[in-house]
Design a protein. Structure first.
Length: 204
């Protein structure tokens, strides 16, 4: 497949997911999958900053012109405030940078996957009998307990499509990773994100 290369921001909890980030970057070096943008946890001092100021600082000064956010999601990812900030910034349309597409790569114990359409199902896991997604928050939280609340709230919306894929299904397949990044990119403008929930103020 002749898939274009996109600008990607990788959001992850450094204490738990650094190995996966490193492996993803190694694949990128080998196969030239995407352009990488990142910000280190606690690099931004949010003292005295409003939610809007935090969002603008991340989106306009750190993520900048990235068009796809990859979230490496483990069991503690949803508890980290900087993860929530980055997801929020990716969903927000800025005067400087438009909203982004989102791809979740599941690296934790919860192995539930979400494909956006039959084509994605066949690419991610062609021999799996996929269960129709129940788009309500309670069901999603039960089925995907590791996903951050802001991701759950948006997957529940009919106007939003976010793919969730297991690391083991893509870790040895660069073409599959590039395909899923491209799919997230193609959906970036059509997704109607809800980013009204206040930013997480602390880690838990």
């Amino acid at each position: 497949m002749n898939i274009p290369r996109h600008k990607v921001f990788i959001s992850y909890y450094h204490n738990d997911e650094q190995w996966y980030k490193n492996q993803l970057l190694l694949l990128n070096e080998q196969y030239n999958l995407f352009d990488d943008y990142s910000v280190h946890e606690d690099e931004i001092d949010d003292t005295g900053m409003t939610d809007e100021e935090i969002r603008r600082e991340i989106r306009d000064n750190y993520i900048k012109k990235a068009t796809v956010l990859i979230l490496l999601c483990g069991e503690n990812t949803r508890k980290r405030k900087h993860i929530d900030w980055e997801i929020h910034a990716a969903m927000y349309h800025s005067d400087v940078n438009p909203q982004m597409g989102i791809l979740v790569i599941n690296v934790g114990g919860n192995n539930g996957q979400i494909a956006c359409g039959k084509e994605e199902e066949n690419v991610i896991a062609p021999y799996v009998s996929w269960t129709p997604l129940r788009k309500n928050i309670a069901s999603l939280k039960e089925s995907y307990p590791d996903l951050p609340d802001r991701i759950i709230e948006n997957i529940a919306r009919d106007e939003v499509s976010i793919t969730v894929v297991n690391w083991n299904n893509i870790s040895n397949n660069a073409e599959k990773i590039k395909y899923l990044i491209d799919r997230a990119y193609e959906r970036r403008n059509s997704n109607k994100y809800d980013h009204s929930t206040p930013l997480r103020g602390r880690n838990s």
